[in-house]
Design a protein around this ligand. Structure first.
Ligand code: TXA
Ligand code: MG
Length: 323
């Protein structure tokens, strides 16, 4: 299939109306979108991503009102929407029958979010249906944060990639379910736990590493490069021997102890800015995976704000080895 990359939301809408899948920009990562109400179109997403059908998709809506057509939202959920939408927060809600079971992998809930990327919001406004969209990467690989990333891997399988520039947040949405004032975090992401707590919610984690978790984005191995990646604190991982050349991902190399001369460091933010770090994380991982390195080391980020989501992705990207 010939794949075109462009900024024409009209063209993207045309393909989507015909039941095709299209790459779309969001503020978190790029999505592989299809008409969420069309089962055939949704099946294409699973085929293209080689994604197991037990892993449900997030549905993207144009505004909070559009939620009522597909799901049931209570008072607390509405409050979350008011506070955090448009933005990187996915809310799990009891689904209505109009959403095909394939979208939710048979679960009674559907993950819904209103993205804040202006290009995708414009696209959603022109469409008479919401968009089911997982991250636009082959299942288990690093998520894409540019149109080029999508093209590199899915370019032969989809007709159009809507280019909205590099994703602003750089890590996926936070996934939550709500029970009154209690909020369960199923995936750490772009909305920080601190922000959710400050909004008056009692936050707890519902993240498992079981073989069949509620949110398979939470599978033990995910977001992973092909090269072996080791993750831990500087003292845990730097004093071992690795196959060189070795690349080191960190927030700020100025804060690392002295490294062997042939190690190459990649600082995601010399200003110790977690937002900047998150924004460049996946791009950096992809470049190192494509580069001449045999080993990738990733040094733990601070345990606050977006650091939680960054550490989560790096841990899941790492080789399974107890250090
Ligand atoms: O930021 C994002 O959320 C991006 C952009 C494109 O919006 N999307 C994304 O989708 O990360 P995906 O498919 O790569 O990850 C969605 C995660 C999966 O781990 C899935 O298991 C979980 O959301 N999920 C979706 N629906 C769910 C449900 N009803 N219950 C529990 N987990 C659900
Ligand atoms: Mg994903």
């Amino acid at each position: 299939m010939i794949c075109e990359t462009g900024t024409d939301t009209g063209k993207a809408a045309e393909w989507l109306r015909k039941g095709y899948t299209v790459g779309i920009p969001t503020e978190t990562v790029y999505g592989l979108a299809a008409n969420a109400l069309n089962e055939e179109a949704v099946l294409e997403i699973f085929r293209i991503k080689e994604r197991p059908v037990f892993d449900p998709l997030i549905v993207h809506v144009k505004d909070a009102k559009a939620v009522d057509e597909i799901a049931v939202a209570g008072e607390s959920e509405r409050r979350l929407m008011e506070l955090f939408w448009p933005g990187p927060l996915t809310i799990l809600l009891p689904k209505k029958a109009i959403i095909p079971d394939l979208v939710t992998s048979g679960l009674p809930t559907v993950g819904v979010r209103m993205p804040s990327h202006p290009v995708t919001l414009k696209l959603l406004e022109t469409l008479p249906f919401p968009l089911a969209a997982p991250s636009a990467n082959p299942f288990g690989y690093i998520s894409p944060t540019t149109a080029q990333h999508v093209k590199d891997q899915l370019g032969t399988k989809i007709p159009y990639i809507l280019d909205g520039g590099a994703s602003d947040v750089g890590v996926e949405s936070t996934i939550v379910s709500v029970d009154g004032n209690k909020l369960k975090v199923h995936r750490k992401g772009g909305v920080t736990t601190e922000a959710l707590s400050e909004a008056g919610f009692q936050v707890e984690y519902a993240i498992t590493n079981e073989a069949l978790p509620v949110a398979p984005g939470m599978l033990e191995s995910h977001y992973a490069p092909f090269k072996p990646l080791y993750f831990g604190t500087a003292s845990q991982i730097l004093n071992r021997t690795y196959t060189s050349p070795v690349a080191v991902i960190c927030m700020n190399e100025k804060e690392l102890p002295e490294l062997p001369g042939d190690y190459v460091t990649f600082s995601l933010s010399l200003n110790n800015d977690l937002g900047e770090s998150a924004r460049s994380l996946f791009d950096c991982m992809r470049k190192l995976d494509e580069g001449d390195y045999n080993t990738i080391l990733a040094i733990e980020f601070p345990h606050y704000g977006l650091g939680h989501a960054i550490n989560d992705r790096l841990r899941r990207a790492s080789v399974k080895r107890t250090i």
